[in-house]
Design a protein around this ligand. Structure first.
Ligand code: A3P
Length: 312
């Protein structure tokens, strides 16, 4: 066992991640940056999108930007949407996390009003928002943990410098033990569920977004203090379907990720896309009956009394 980890983890994790305060974190989010996130100075007009990874973060960023610009994609100036939404704990160069500059530098210099993204657990988030009284606006998006796990497994095999697990079964055991990259799904989601009635918090679920995208646009717009016509709402929803985002190079993260991989001279992942399936229930193609039973036992225990329910 590597002394950098408090329990046994697969070699692929040892090679690509570290453990900090009991949480497994990819080297792409180095400790030097994680520590800066906590003291990051929020501004009252900041809008954060906070999620456990693979919960619909990019989708929500897309909605926020189109709402800000009344559905006019050209206002993004041809930039990829993620350029407008610095990912606080992430490095710029995926191929070289040790020496790469960090996106938090951009975030600090950005003019107001800023839009920002983070996957950090509450105790690592900026102190101004990671509490029961967030001082800036936070949209928290949660996705049922079974689909989140499957999406994460594929993501690990897509992005450079993420752990390439031997199989789904190996990844499942790590996820079940809260040792997947970014740690426990429950620790990320539940504090935000408890804060859901705070006026600065909007708690959304991926499955609801799938069911009623125009309704989600309306909800986010209201939270952002924007009044939009029904036509603009419909236009934003249309531009934000899975298919529309996948076909739009400035919305589909593949564009940027592939550019980075090419620049670093690394091998491109074959037949893989960030915009993978975008559906509810894909976990049924991965979880065995036994895995499902074991996950359900953990889920019942962790979620007991929370009142938070998901569609699976
Ligand atoms: P899948 O891997 O299940 O397809 P994140 O942005 O938090 O990393 O989440 C990525 C997941 O959200 C991926 O899930 C991706 O396909 C899905 N996604 C992205 N845009 C979407 C959209 N417009 N509609 C539905 N799902 C979307």
């Amino acid at each position: 066992m590597s002394s950098r980890f408090s329990s046994q983890v697969p070699d692929c994790v040892v090679q690509t991640c570290y453990e900090y305060e009991g949480v497994i974190i990819p080297n792409l989010m180095p400790l030097r940056v994680i520590k800066r996130v906590r003291t990051f100075a929020c501004r009252p007009d900041d809008l954060f999108v906070v999620t456990y990874p693979k919960s619909g973060t990019t989708w929500t960023e897309h909605l926020c930007l189109l709402i800000k610009y009344d559905g006019d994609h050209s206002k993004l100036g041809g930039d990829h949407l993620t350029k407008h939404f610095p990912f606080l704990e992430m490095v710029e160069d995926l191929s070289n996390p040790t020496t790469s500059p960090a996106l938090i530098d951009l975030a600090e210099k950005m003019p107001s009003p800023r839009m920002l993204k983070s996957h950090c657990h509450s105790p690592f988030l900026p102190a101004d928002i990671g509490t029961d009284d967030p001082k800036a606006k936070v949209i928290y998006v949660a996705r049922n943990p079974k689909d989140t796990a499957v999406s994460m497994y594929h993501f690990c095999h897509y992005i450079p410098n993420m752990p390439r697990y031997e199989s789904w079964d190996v990844f499942f055991e790590e996820f079940l033990a809260d040792r997947a990259p970014q740690g426990s799904w429950f620790e990320n989601v539940l504090p935000w569920w408890r804060r859901r009635n705070h006026p600065n918090v909007l708690f959304l679920k991926y499955e609801d977004m799938k069911k009623d995208l125009p309704g989600t646009v309306r909800q986010i717009a209201e939270f952002m203090g924007k009044s939009l016509s029904d036509d603009v709402i419909a236009k934003i929803a249309e531009a934000s379907t899975f298919k529309a985002m996948k076909n739009n190079p400035s919305s589909n993260p593949d564009t940027l990720i592939m550019k980075g991989i090419e620049k670093a001279g690394m091998e491109k992942p074959k037949d893989k896309s960030f915009m993978r399936k975008g559906v509810v229930g894909d976990w049924k193609n991965y979880f065995t009956d036994d895995q499902n039973k074991r996950f359900d036992e953990l889920y019942e225990k962790q979620m007991a009394g929370s009142g938070l329910e998901f569609e699976f």
